[in-house]
Design a protein around this ligand. Structure first.
Ligand code: FEO
Length: 168
């Protein structure tokens, strides 16, 4: 059975994941406005992933015989100024999410709640990938700059990203 503390934190993570989806959708909107549809696609797919993450928490809580709590959240930032700014923010956000997942894992370990430890391990691994992909794109944007051929090449590459949820 989930303790009140662990259940509370798992429920908070549903909100964090849905907020992440909104945040990335706001980033997609900026790129749409800039006619960088490949970058927009990258963040639309990222938003889908975040909703998938949220639903994993939702299902896990239900599978544990508890009730998932759906809460609201603040408006995400808008008025972005550049691709570099967006990827800096996205990387910073993923680092924040990693720290939240790590914190959740610490609570699960303290309580020796093995189902949660096993469930959260997927997210620990996922966050390594999430941070790496945002960091890599940030470096690529820094290298090619905001204008010119390089950014359009990158845009074309990101247009092909699709959402493929892993099935366990
Ligand atoms: Fe759900 Fe991007 O972490």
């Amino acid at each position: 059975m989930l303790s009140e503390k662990l259940l509370g934190k798992l429920n908070e993570q549903i909100t964090h994941e849905f907020f992440s989806a909104h945040y990335y959708l706001a980033m997609a909107a900026y790129f749409k406005k800039e006619d960088l549809d490949g970058f927009a696609n990258f963040f639309i797919v990222q938003a889908e992933e975040e909703r998938f993450h949220a639903m994993k928490f939702f299902e896990f809580i239900n599978d544990q015989g508890a009730e998932a709590v759906i809460s609201g959240f603040k408006n995400p930032k808008r008025d972005f100024n550049s691709a570099e700014e967006i990827f800096e923010l996205a990387l910073e956000h993923e680092k924040l999410v990693s720290s939240l997942i790590n914190e959740l894992m610490s609570v699960a370990q303290e309580e020796k709640h093995y189902p949660s430890i096993s469930f959260l391990q997927w997210f620990i691994d996922e966050q390594v990938e999430e941070e790496a992909s945002m960091g890599k794109l940030l470096n690529q944007i820094k290298r090619v700059g905001e204008k010119g051929h390089g950014i359009l090449m990158l845009d074309r590459e990101l247009a092909s990203r699709t959402f493929t949820p892993e099935t366990e």
